[in-house]
Design a protein. Structure first.
Length: 276
């Protein structure tokens, strides 16, 4: 089964039509370049309509809400809305709202872990640990179907640490296939770094800060970018095909063009401009 098929089976793609706009209510916003206002958790965004749709969805970026355009719940919204709370909206009861808003951030983390596990299971080089990865995926998936109290009380930090050991090992096995010396930039501050044309094949960029970094024409094949901050990074002409643990949200937060090479399953963000 491909990663795409596995994600479809697990429901890891956001389905806003079957969600009660939880990302617009349950989470907090902090006024910044990404959000035009402060919004506390549990309070509906001022742009949210009564039908649970965003009133400025078509113009979020120009309205100062670019942070909304790069958020991905990995399908947690519809899981909480339709399964955990059996299609009962937070609008119908204050107690339901309180419990739903507590469950959603936890569910989102669980679904994110499932997303990365499907990535790892799709790596042929990680075959030696596929049984362990599969057990971790099945265990996490079962947890997402528990009742609201169980999900909200889950110790995600412990689960994440355990799964991260497996993801790190999968990354090491895959990156070993890349030629040459593997750069280690794990957690590095590379804000605004000049990396145009850099050979980053097999590099560890886990958790690296690459905000506004110049990555034009860089080769990122088999580079591990889990948790890397790519906001406003320039990816024009870069090769991200085969990049490890890349998410659509990371691409959506960056800059690129028609010459940026992407792997299967990724959509070229609409705000990327074609080269002149």
């Amino acid at each position: 089964m491909t990663a795409r098929d596995e994600r479809a089976r697990l429901g890891l793609h956001a389905d806003c039509a079957n969600c009660f706009a939880l990302c617009c209510v349950a989470l907090n916003f902090t006024k910044s370049a990404d959000f035009a206002l402060d919004k506390p958790a549990g309070q509906p965004c001022r742009n949210l309509r009564d039908d649970d749709r965003c009133g400025i969805h078509a113009r979020l970026r120009e309205s100062g809400f670019s942070g909304c355009t790069v958020f991905d719940c990995f399908g947690a919204g519809q899981k909480v809305s339709q399964h955990t709370f059996h299609a009962v909206s937070w609008r119908q009861d204050p107690d339901t709202a309180r419990r739903m808003f507590a469950v959603f951030p936890v569910m989102r983390q669980l679904h994110e872990l499932l997303w990365y596990l499907t990535d790892a299971l799709a790596l042929p080089a990680a075959k030696p640990i596929h049984p362990e990865l599969r057990r971790a995926l099945d265990e996490t998936d079962r947890l997402t179907y528990c009742d609201a109290q169980t999900v909200a009380g889950a110790d995600v930090a412990v689960l994440r640490d355990r799964i991260n050991v497996l993801l790190t090992r999968a990354s090491e096995l895959a990156r070993a296939k890349a030629p040459g010396r593997k750069r280690n930039h794990r957690g590095a501050d590379l804000i605004g770094a000049r990396l145009a044309g850099a050979d980053l094949r097999g590099a560890s960029l886990r958790g690296a800060l690459l905000l506004a970094a110049d990555l034009r024409g860089a080769d990122l094949r088999l580079a591990d970018v889990i948790g890397a901050d790519l906001r406003d990074a320039d990816l024009r002409g870069a090769d991200l095909s085969g990049c490890l643990f890349l998410t659509q949200a990371q691409l959506d937060s960056a800059k690129g063009d028609a010459s940026t090479r992407l792997g299967p399953g990724f959509a070229r963000p609409t705000h990327w401009l074609s080269p002149a």
